[in-house]
Write a protein that binds this ligand. Structure first.
Ligand code: NAD
Length: 350
């Protein structure tokens, strides 16, 4: 049986589980808020379905409750932070708060956050910056299991490496481009697998490197004990973006890149390079705002393509989903709900 639950009830349930896993009530509430916001935004892959994985990671010691960032270097416009495997919903927000403060002061700030636990939906951080009138760019690598194949390769060699660009649009809602460099997010394959759905060809290769429509190849070990892999979006171009995320998010931050065999640990480690720019300090604010809005208007004047509801700008689908799901509740599939319940039981029985 699937569940439709209000955002508030879901927050309460998730916060209770995260607290049982060792977090303070404040931390648990912040993690729960962030996960439920991902569901509200239409990204179930980065929402409360992550809770069982977080619980396992805490129990294994790969995720450290009540652990914030440690400052490694702070020169003002350059900031290096160690996430110390704390919840990304905490370390990511701390990173942005510190980066925003410094960008306001110096006009720019580059923040290298290394070794955080899963940062969830990266757009959350771009939205924080845009709300303060700042442009932000985020490059992230993912150390958990190498689930994405290089263009021209036949097995998984790196993670779903998300990239995100946030641009404030004056008195309008911001542009928030936030995507995995894999054709689809790994979490979306978990959701599809849990729902018993197939996915279109061109998203996945199986454990032998052959094209497949079965999302299970990247969710459960296959007959030979190996996994299949996701493909990057946009052929060689998406692959290039994924490599850029690994080089900037993984290598430049000091967090580390993929070059080892996967283990069975459940922790998901993210490192993120964030660059913040204050258009006011750049001296272009009035033109920036005017030109950005004029371009958005120009785009929207394009006639609708057949069967399309018209041009949207990145960030709009998430905002529309929030309005709808706040009103109608959040639908959680049966398998995801059962996994969340099982995680809660596991904590009670230890
Ligand atoms: P996606 O394919 O749904 O693309 C989302 C982006 O495209 C958003 O910016 C959205 O506003 C925009 N968009 C969607 N439909 C549009 C339309 N019709 N017109 C214009 N723009 C449109 O997202 P995804 O690649 O599945 O990624 C989902 C989430 O997963 C992201 O929030 C990402 O940060 C997160 N993620 C996190 C990690 C991690 O390790 N922390 C890893 C991978 C992905």
């Amino acid at each position: 049986m699937s569940h439709t639950i209000s955002a508030q009830d879901l927050r309460t349930k998730v916060a209770r589980i995260i607290e049982q896993a060792g977090s303070t009530p404040e931390e648990a509430a912040q993690v729960a808020d962030n996960l439920v916001m991902a569901n509200l935004s239409g990204h179930d892959s980065h929402g409360v379905g992550m809770v069982p994985r977080y619980v396992d990671a805490v129990l294994e010691g790969g995720l450290s409750p009540n652990t914030g960032v440690k400052v490694v270097l702070d020169t003002g416009p350059l900031l290096t932070l160690d996430g110390q495997r704390g919840y990304g919903q905490i370390t990511g927000v701390q990173t942005m708060q510190m980066g925003i403060e410094r960008a306001k002061q110096h006009g720019v700030c580059t923040v290298a956050l290394r070794r955080s636990h899963h940062l969830g939906r990266i757009g959350h951080f771009a939205e924080m910056a845009a709300a303060q009138g700042l442009v932000s760019m985020h490059f992230v690598n993912v150390l958990s299991r190498p689930v994405v194949a290089p263009f021209g390769g036949g097995d998984g060699r790196f993670g779903t490496n998300p990239c995100c660009i946030g641009v404030p649009m004056g008195n309008r809602a911001p542009f928030v481009l936030d995507f995995a460099t894999s054709r689809v997010a790994q979490g979306k394959m978990r959701v599809a697998h849990n729902k018993g759905e197939q996915v279109p060809l061109g998203h996945l290769i199986d454990e032998h490197g052959h094209p497949t429509t079965d999302p299970g190849v990247v969710v459960v070990p296959q007959s030979n004990g190996l996994f299949g892999a996701l493909m990057t979006f946009g052929d060689h171009k998406g692959f290039g973006m994924a490599v850029a995320c690994e080089l900037l998010g993984g290598a430049l931050t000091g967090g580390g890149t993929w070059h080892q065999e996967a283990d069975n640990q459940r922790a998901v480690i993210n490192s993120m390079l964030t660059m913040l720019i204050d258009p006011v300090r750049l001296g272009t604010q009035p033109q920036f705002e005017q030109e950005a809005q004029a371009f958005a208007d120009w785009l929207r004047q394009s006639p609708n393509a057949p069967d399309s509801t018209g041009v949207k700008l990145a960030g709009e689908p998430e905002r529309a989903a929030r309005i709808e799901r706040e009103r109608q509740g959040i639908w959680i599939d049966e398998a995801t709900w059962a996994e969340i319940e099982a995680a809660e039981q596991k904590l009670k029985q230890r």
